[in-house]
Write a protein that binds this ligand. Structure first.
Ligand code: SAM
Length: 243
């Protein structure tokens, strides 16, 4: 099998899942240490049902979680619990498609994520402060508001739903509101295949005032090459604009 052109698994079908990866997973995806987490404010977008914000605050940091799923606050936790079942069922159906050396097993993901949704549910309340309902590429924050932004499992993961320009606009907006780095992980879709237009996107971002670099993360969710890659983006001197 050619592991650079053959998907690792079938795509996850249905709506974009609202998942609850906890802080430990964010540390591995985005190479975060306590100093960065306490030195915020940190933006998590999309945050989904992740308890990352609550867990950063428990460390003494400041974090803002942003996701359009917060537009339905009453249905959110029920939806997140259903999405845990849907994603884990998909993993169980295609066990060869995942990097279990990192994830452990579907049962482990199920236990970790169920606990993470519980932690999220105990902390969540729409308050325009810790949890903000918003949709990329428009965020309700001033330029350079955040010291660091993390963006996991939306960009690059759904290339059939978000085209190249949607990716460019989303990253430009994340860079606009961030004075430090915007870290995006992973760089592959739900089949595990690397994002095909990455070079072109990086060129468009450069033209929009955003510098980019690839860094190696501490985890991978696919057995295909490149599963551990993260895109690091930064506005060049406040040049990132919505254009
Ligand atoms: C797979 S979850 C990722 C959550 C979390 N970062 C994690 O890794 O567990 C993807 C999230 O993207 C959100 N989303 C979908 N379209 C979006 C958009 N245009 N802007 C921001 N978030 C969006 C969905 O509501 C969903 O909660």
């Amino acid at each position: 099998m050619d592991r650079t052109t053959t998907p690792a698994r079938v795509a996850l079908t249905g709506e974009i899942a609202t998942t609850p990866r906890p802080l430990a997973a964010y540390r591995d995806m985005f190479l975060l240490d306590d100093e960065q987490l306490r030195g915020g404010p940190v933006l998590d977008c999309p945050a989904g049902a992740s308890p990352f914000g609550a867990q950063v605050r428990a460390l003494g940091g400041t974090a803002v979680s942003v996701d359009p799923a917060y537009l339905d606050p009453d249905g959110l936790v029920t939806r997140a619990r259903a999405d845990v079942e849907r994603v884990v069922a998909w993993q169980r159906a295609a066990p060869d498609g995942f990097d279990w050396s990192y994830l452990g097993s579907p049962d482990r993901v199920h236990d970790l994520w169920t606990g993470a949704v519980d932690e999220f549910a105990a902390d969540f309340a729409l308050d325009d402060n810790r949890y903000v309902a918003a949709t990329l590429p428009e965020l309700p924050f001033p330029d350079g508001h955040f010291a660091l932004t993390v963006s996991g499992f939306l960009l690059f993961v759904y290339p059939d739903l978000l085209d190249l320009d949607a990716h460019r606009a989303a990253i430009v907006e994340l860079a606009r509101v961030t004075r430090g780095e915007v870290r995006v992980f992973p760089l592959h879709d739900t089949t595990g295949m690397p994002y095909r237009q990455l070079d072109r996107l990086r060129s468009c971002l450069h033209d929009s005032g955003v510098s980019t670099a690839i860094r190696t993360a501490a985890c991978s969710y696919t057995p295909l090459p490149g599963g551990d890659r993260m895109l690091v983006c930064r506005s060049r001197g406040g040049l990132a604009s919505r254009r």
